[in-house]
Write a protein that binds this ligand. Structure first.
Ligand code: KIV
Length: 273
């Protein structure tokens, strides 16, 4: 394996991701929802940027991902695309824009691609979205799948606990993963499932499997940027590694700013005209 296949390319494509899987090079993916953050993480060398519907939680403050609209996702996605030159940009189709209707799914995917300039879309679900995956692909739009914990179905399951721990659930997930691969997905996100099961699926499928709370046996990892930078204090699942404590950093900076103003220290002579 060369040191890094992904670093040698000027643009990450679905083809590059497939090559990375073949060569055993792990794929690094993060979410982003705005121009400035997308620009930083793209320059830092991230392979995939997901404009996740987690924007509903971390940007808009909703308890679930359900309220975010297609127009809002397009706004976030087009902001991200303007900041990115190298990473593959994938956008979530939000709740209510594809479920149970493959023609609607295609229309939603086309709007995202046309109005944001993104590279691909992501849909949650297994066999029940296979016809939508095929129809979207027939328009030349790459599709990423998402199995395991699927937040858009939270009201059906009622809990965010680890998925596919029972044998029948695990078997269903394996079949769904094969179905999505056959339907033409270029990759699948596996969220919060046992590491052993995720590793088995990754070894059975030819397409890359990207894990979040799915262990080390998959082909890549994804985290929500607000979680890994420590902007969120409340969310602490076992799978989350925090690389920074931005909550504390921002609080400290804002308090210093307030103090400087109150103490007549800001602005000083050099900071005025
Ligand atoms: O919306 C999102 O951020 C996601 C990731 C958790 C995979 O779907």
């Amino acid at each position: 394996m060369s040191a890094s296949l992904s670093r040698s390319v000027t643009k990450v494509t679905t083809h590059v991701l497939q090559e990375m899987k073949l060569k055993g090079e792990k794929i690094a993916m993060l979410t982003s929802y705005d121009y400035s953050m997308a620009r930083i993480i793209d320059k830092a060398g991230i392979d995939i940027i997901l404009v996740g519907d987690s924007a509903s939680n971390v940007m808009a403050g909703h308890a679930t991902t359900l309220p975010i609209t297609l127009d809002q996702m397009i706004y976030h996605a087009s902001s991200v695309v303007r900041g990115v030159s190298r990473a593959l940009v994938v956008v979530d189709l939000p709740f209510g824009t594809y479920q149970g209707n493959s023609k609607k799914a295609l229309q939603s995917a086309i709007r995202i691609m046309k109005e944001s300039g993104a590279d691909a879309v992501k849909l949650e679900g297994g066999r029940e979205i296979a016809d939508s995956v095929e129809r979207i692909l027939s328009a030349g739009i790459p599709v990423m799948g998402h199995l395991g914990l699927t937040p858009q179905s939270i009201h059906k399951f009622g809990t965010y606990v680890v998925r596919a721990t029972r044998k029948d659930e695990a078997e269903r997930l394996i079949t769904d993963a094969h179905t999505l691969e056959t339907a033409g997905c270029f990759a699948i996100v596996l969220e919060k499932i046992p590491a052993k099961l995720a590793g088995q699926v990754a070894s059975e499928l030819k397409i890359p499997l990207i894990g979040i709370g799915a262990g080390a046996g998959v082909d890549g990892q994804v985290l929500v940027i607000h979680d890994m930078l420590g902007i969120n204090q409340e969310f602490s699942p076992r799978f989350l590694r925090r690389y920074h404590n931005l909550y504390a950093e921002i609080t400290g900076s804002v308090q210093s700013y307030i103090n400087d103003i109150k103490n007549l220290d800001f602005p000083n002579e050099r900071e005025q005209y």
